[in-house]
Design a binder for this molecule. Structure first.
Ligand code: ADP
Ligand code: MG
Length: 426
């Protein structure tokens, strides 16, 4: 099955070819035809499986032939980095088209954005806060929007974003196409999401669970030993690019400093940085200048850095879905990756939930002198089963990870065999 089946405009097909995409991914196969028919849609598919192009391609197609000059598609995402990345995808896929697009997010000059919005763009990729700023100033006109996309949709319905999203939607025409995409969709949020859709097509590819191309490892550890354990892992494991998640901004900053002092090429990404610094961090991590990025959850959703071989949860994420998104930064586009998570006594509740979801794919791992038996203060039952840890230890000896991201065989990956991007495009 090739992209030709969609009968996209020749100029769009050129964009697809230039990115090296050979076959549509499963979500693209299933979502693109109904979107092209104008249907509303909820598209759930695992991390790194090409959801962006699933909505960008039909949007480009829809506007190819019609008169230009108004904002006709609005894509909303939770972080500046993701808005910018989506804009890049629009520009790359649409490079042969005359369609104009821009990003709208905070932390950068609003006047430059106002100028660009004046210049007649058809597609905007926005974060809610800054978009509302423009709405209040009257510097954006959303009255011609035909397509609304909420990327990371479940997150956009979280309490932190929902009021903003509601206010934005009030400024959109009632008659429009609405598309929601994510890798996860908790039941309580699904109801809210369905309210926004009209007679939608529901697509779910695989389970809304951590992607199958990632190997999962838990390290039982005391809080005070985490940094030593991390350094030990970084020293002994062959890694291409490593994304380390911490719970707080200050810990992201201080941990990056400590790793820097130990001679690592490391940068941090968190909300206390200026937007310029955030951009420098992500750009430097993308192009390999930094091997390690220590980040808060602002890097947990959507970010596509193909070379990430390892995600390390220095601090446990807050929910199983948050785990899915964080570790979804590796193992993308059919590549493989490793996810290491440091588990303290306080984390045992979530650790057990993840164990139930991941089963044998999740292995506990010990490092002599650094990991430890951990107890949950509330319950003896939650003590990590050290017998099983030790049994596994002999099976998975000390730090044997010698795996770079590579193509996992399709049968094993339980995903259809959509092709890896061509070398020239990588
Ligand atoms: P998701 O939003 O599902 O997490 P993305 O849209 O960020 O995933 O895509 C993940 C990666 O896969 C990106 O690098 C993207 O360029 C690539 N990709 C998307 N579609 C295809 C395809 N049909 N063939 C090969 N690579 C693709
Ligand atoms: Mg995405």
């Amino acid at each position: 099955m090739s992209f030709q089946k969609f009968e996209l405009h020749e100029k769009i097909q050129t964009g697809v070819r230039m990115l090296g995409y050979q076959k549509p991914t499963p979500i693209q196969l299933q979502a693109i035809p109904p979107i092209m028919e104008g249907r509303d849609l909820m598209g759930l598919a695992q991390t790194g499986t090409g959801k962006t192009a699933a909505f960008v391609l039909p949007i480009l197609q829809r506007f190819m032939e019609k008169p230009l000059g108004h904002i006709r598609a609005l894509i909303i995402a939770p972080t500046r980095e993701l808005s910018e990345q989506t804009l890049e995808a629009i520009k790359e896929l649409g490079r042969k088209t005359k369609l104009r697009s821009t990003a709208v997010y905070g932390g950068v000059s609003i006047h430059n954005q106002i100028n660009r919005l004046h210049g007649n763009v058809e597609i905007i990729s926005a974060c809610p806060g800054r978009l509302l700023d423009h709405i209040e100033r009257g510097t954006v006109d959303l009255s011609h929007v035909e397509v609304l996309v909420l990327d990371e949709a479940d997150h956009m319905f979280d309490m932190g974003f929902l009021p903003d999203v509601r206010r934005i939607v009030k400024h959109l025409p009632e008659k429009r196409q609405t598309l929601l995409f994510s890798a996860t969709m908790p039941d309580d949020v699904r109801k809210l999401a369905m309210d926004l859709l009209r007679n939608p097509v529901n697509i779910q590819i695989g389970h809304t669970a951590p992607v199958m191309t990632v190997a999962h490892r838990f390290y039982p550890v005391q809080m005070g030993t985490k940094t030593a354990l991390l350094k030990d892992i970084l020293d002994k494991t062959e890694m291409e690019s490593v994304l380390v998640f911490t719970r707080t901004k200050s810990r992201a900053k201080s941990l990056a400093l400590q790793l820097d002092r130990s001679g690592h090429k490391v940068i941090s990404l968190h909300g206390n940085l200026t937007q310029q610094k955030r951009k420098q961090a992500l750009d430097g991590f993308r192009d390999g200048r930094y091997e390690i990025m220590v980040a808060t959850d602002i890097a947990a959703r959507g970010i596509d850095v193909t070379r990430i071989s390892h995600v390390i949860n220095y601090d446990m994420p807050s929910t199983t879905d948050a785990y899915t998104h964080r570790i979804g930064r590796t193992g993308r586009a059919s590549k493989t990756g490793d996810a290491f998570t440091f588990v303290t006594g306080d984390d045992m509740g979530l650790a057990h939930s993840l164990k139930r979801i991941l089963g044998e794919k999740l292995q506990y791992h010990n490092v002599d002198g650094l990991t430890s038996e951990i107890h949950n203060s509330s319950s003896k039952k939650n003590t990590v089963d050290m017998k099983s840890i030790n049994r596994r230890k002999s099976f998975a000896p000390h730090m044997q990870t010698r795996r770079k991201p590579k193509q996992r065989s399709f049968g094993n990956a339980n995903r259809s065999s959509w092709s890896q991007r061509s070398q020239s495009a990588a």
